[in-house]
Design a protein around this ligand. Structure first.
Ligand SMILES: Cc1cc2nc3c(=O)[nH]c(=O)nc-3n(C[C@H](O)[C@H](O)[C@H](O)COP(=O)(O)OP(=O)(O)OC[C@H]3O[C@@H](n4cnc5c(N)ncnc54)[C@H](O)[C@@H]3O)c2cc1C
Length: 405
């Protein structure tokens, strides 16, 4: 069996894992990232690059190359009720260098991180290789067992960073089970063509018993149809024509093309989960990103938190790893730093899920815009608050360690 020896083994090449791999390699730490897929081309998992991440790209000196990638800038987000638009978030008021959200296919962003990380000799990305188990010695995790195209592989490392997403196998292997908070909603995702003359901005459309979020992806609209928990079964039972009609009713500009939803295979269900680990670490192992805390889609902040975790982990762990004196207390410092933003963000998401979203879904007659929407629209100063929560998050991280020459 092949064995790779490295300082850091990252399991999972999503936003958390790729950012962590890049930052540790940049600081001169030998990193091996395992990604089970051959490429980053997967289903839609969010295209948002937040202002705090854009600032990180600047801090890393990537601005010019990053800006050359195709992307769309969004400065505001609105809620639409009965055809009237209410501005909810205004990113142009943020105290960041980049005062907008960038929409870029996630695979382009991950490819970019992989290219940049590939400049450092300490970085290694092994694709088509799935971590299957942990290797332990003397009560400490000392590596992972994986399966690649050429057979089994062992990665021996000082630290295993589990960034393998919301269904993390590694955290289960470590004996961790997340604390799950109920979520009253699920999301049905699909795409429709975007045409000249369509409304410009990304928006959430509220109607009695339904909410539709439309995200501009250039030639398509990525649509999120929000339903009560488990509600997709009843919607599917009513048939596709009824679903198409419901979409056209809530977003009349899409009514002329809902026939493009050819069958139910074009509609993917996201079972909304909000969970988090109470303990993110064991000797030799740390969970970050969705593996430590799956976020609600409210606000679209999962990618941001995953990246922020990676930055905090690198800021705190590079030195002890380099010096060969990594202790569990160092891993606990990462959790202590990131748990607060996770708790606050999930708390807010849960309030919005139950007070605004679930309440709209329960309404069965035409209703007024929720008070929060009306207040935000009337008082533009307030629009900086949701912009801050979405665009920067709580306790935004900055790259603290210099690149190793
Ligand atoms: C439909 C949908 C829409 C979303 N929209 C948004 C949005 O608009 N904005 C936003 O901020 N967030 C959004 N999210 C959430 C966002 O995708 C996640 O919060 C974010 O991707 C978490 O990053 P991560 O790196 O922790 O995990 P992931 O992105 O899940 O990455 C985990 C990686 O690990 C790999 N992996 C898993 N197991 C193994 C293994 N055993 N061995 C090797 N590799 C493994 C996976 O292939 C994957 O590449 C959305 C999620 C979904 C599902």
């Amino acid at each position: 069996m092949d064995t790779v020896t490295t300082r850091l083994c990252v399991v999972g090449g999503g936003p958390a894992g790729m950012m962590a791999g890049l930052l540790f390699a940049r600081a001169g730490i030998a990193v091996t990232v395992l990604e089970k897929h051959a490429d980053f081309l997967r289903d839609f998992r969010g295209d948002t690059i937040h202002p705090s991440t854009l600032d990180l790209m600047d801090e890393l000196g990537f601005s010019e190359r990053f800006r050359a990638l195709p992307q769309r800038r969004v400065e505001t987000f609105s809620g639409v009720v009965a055809g009237r638009s209410y501005r909810v978030a205004d990113f142009s008021r943020l105290p960041t260098r980049n005062r907008f959200l960038s929409f870029m296919p996630q695979w382009d962003f991950l490819d970019f991180l992989a290219r940049e990380a590939g400049q450092y000799p300490e970085f290694r990305l092994i694709r088509r290789t799935e971590a299957r188990g942990l290797i332990e010695a003397d009560g400490r995790v000392v590596g992972v067992r994986a399966e690649g195209p050429d057979g089994p592989l062992e990665i021996r490392s000082d630290l295993v960073l589990c960034a393998d997403g919301r269904h993390s196998l590694m955290r289960a292997q470590a004996g961790f089970a997340p604390r799950t908070f109920g979520a009253p909603i699920d999301v049905m995702w699909f795409r429709l063509p975007r045409r000249d003359g369509d409304p410009e901005a990304a928006a959430g459309r509220f109607g009695p018993g339904r909410i539709l979020i439309t995200l501009d992806r250039g030639d398509t609209w990525q649509c999120a149809y929000v339903v009560p928990k488990g509600g997709d079964t009843a919607i599917r039972a009513k048939g596709l024509p009824a679903f198409r009609a419901a979409v056209g009713e809530i977003a009349p500009f899409l009514a002329d093309r809902t026939g493009e939803i050819a069958d139910w295979d074009a509609v993917k269900l996201l079972t909304v989960t909000v969970d988090r680990l109470e303990r993110w670490h064991r000797p030799g192992l740390l969970c970050i990103g969705d593996a430590a805390h799956a976020m609600s889609p409210v606000g679209g902040v999962g990618i941001n938190l995953a990246i922020q975790d990676a930055v905090a982990a690198a800021n705190i762990l590079v030195e002890p790893l380099r010096a060969g004196r990594l202790a569990e207390a160092d891993l606990a410092r990462v959790q202590a730093r990131r748990m607060f933003p996770v708790r606050v963000t999930q708390g807010l998401q849960r309030v919005i899920q139950s007070r605004v979203i679930a309440a709209s879904l329960e309404a069965d007659a035409p209703f007024r815009a929720p008070l929060a929407l009306r207040m935000l629209d009337r008082l533009p100063m307030l629009q900086a608050l949701p912009a801050r929560m979405i665009g920067m998050g709580v306790r935004p991280e900055h790259v603290r360690m210099p690149a190793r020459a």
